[in-house]
Design a protein around this ligand. Structure first.
Ligand code: 13P
Length: 338
């Protein structure tokens, strides 16, 4: 097995998942402002270091970092990738330059960052990264997403994936159909299917080794403003149907994004998916907000309260770890032990 195939497998190993801590400085500043903490390079490092040194890391297979963080050092002088590796977890890096207005369809976004990517990848490898992430976004609204957005983002995602593999790192490919809107679950299924079809067509064209990739998709959900509510069972069934129909079986694993679901919803839905998973894919998580939200809230109240912030994070990562085995329950959810 090649090195990247091996890393891809480790990232979706049972009992573990990925911590997406790769918020850009702009996004992190908003997150910190929401808990009344001033955003400085020190405060961003302090919160992240608190998570990366917690016991909950035993359920974290890899951490996605942002450019600033991968270059920072802890108070004891370790680099952040060294700290992550000391827990047996793999350092990763977000390499896209963000979603910008799509010329030709200005209501939509195209993810940029291909220029100079080969050089940046080589630098990140030297800093210890062994996997990478690129996120594309699609919104469901009226005539959108357009053919142009679906095709251009698929093209960029596949070109990124090819460069990441050339640099001996696993590409996490994240085509995210946003949950904003009043569409129903069937519309989300229809659009996500279309997006994934086009995306894998481009991956094939770019000669990507699919065994050395991880897909990071949205779950199939009704829009957040829809009057329809779906049960975890319905979400699990339709999500699996969509992935089975559109993702080539060589892909070793799927690490879902949380995308604005609550912490417990994300865990419960993944648990349900693993209960009925009859695909060859390992179904795991790559959560940002759904792993960090409560921990951040507590930290905002008292940034010196490392112990309780870590306790909250440990619980979330443990619950998500259990959901990869379909062993989570609402009773366990209530027992904060670690
Ligand atoms: P959320 O889980 O908060 O959606 O973040 C995942 C992510 O990495 C977005 O790019």
């Amino acid at each position: 097995m090649s090195e990247i195939e091996n890393i891809a497998k480790q990232l979706v190993a049972k009992g573990k998942g990925i911590l997406a801590a790769d918020e850009s400085t702009g996004t992190m500043t908003k997150r910190l402002a929401s808990v009344n903490v001033e955003s400085t390079s020190e405060s961003r490092l302090k919160f992240r270091e608190t998570l990366f040194s917690s016991e909950g890391m035993k359920n974290i297979s890899g951490v996605i970092l942002y450019d600033e963080t991968i270059k920072q050092k802890t108070s004891s002088g370790k680099t952040i990738p060294e700290l992550i590796k000391s827990f047996g977890s793999i350092p990763g890096i977000k390499v896209d330059a963000g979603a910008k207005v799509l010329a030709g369809s200005p209501e939509e976004k195209i993810t940029e960052g291909l220029d100079g990517l080969r050089e940046r990848l080589s630098e990140y490898y030297k800093l210890g990264a062994r996997f990478t992430k690129w996120r594309a976004v699609y919104n469901i609204s009226g005539k959108y997403p357009s053919e142009l957005s679906i095709k251009s983002n698929a093209h960029a995602l596949a070109r990124y994936a090819s460069l990441a593999q050339e640099a001996k790192m696993v590409p996490i490919v994240e085509p995210e159909v946003l949950m904003d809107g009043n569409h129903n679950i069937n519309k989300c299924y229809e659009i996500t299917s279309k997006v994934l079809k086009e995306f894998y067509k481009e991956m094939k064209l770019n000669n990507i080794n699919l065994k050395g990739t991880i897909l990071k998709p949205n779950m199939i959900l009704p829009g957040n403003k829809s009057k329809d509510k779906s049960s975890a069972e319905e979400i699990a069934k339709i999500t699996i149907k969509c992935l089975k129909e559109n993702v080539p079986s060589e892909v070793p694993g799927i690490a879902f994004l949380s995308g604005g679901q609550t912490e417990v919803e994300s865990t419960q839905n993944l648990n349900e998916i693993n209960k009925i998973n009859n695909t060859s894919f390992l179904m795991s998580f790559s959560y940002g907000r759904a792993l960090q939200q409560s921990a951040l809230k507590n930290w905002g109240k008292n940034i010196k309260d490392t112990l309780n912030t870590q306790k909250i994070f440990n619980h979330r990562s443990k619950m998500n770890g259990l959901s990869t085995f379909a062993k989570w329950s609402s009773e366990l959810e209530k027992q904060i032990t670690s």
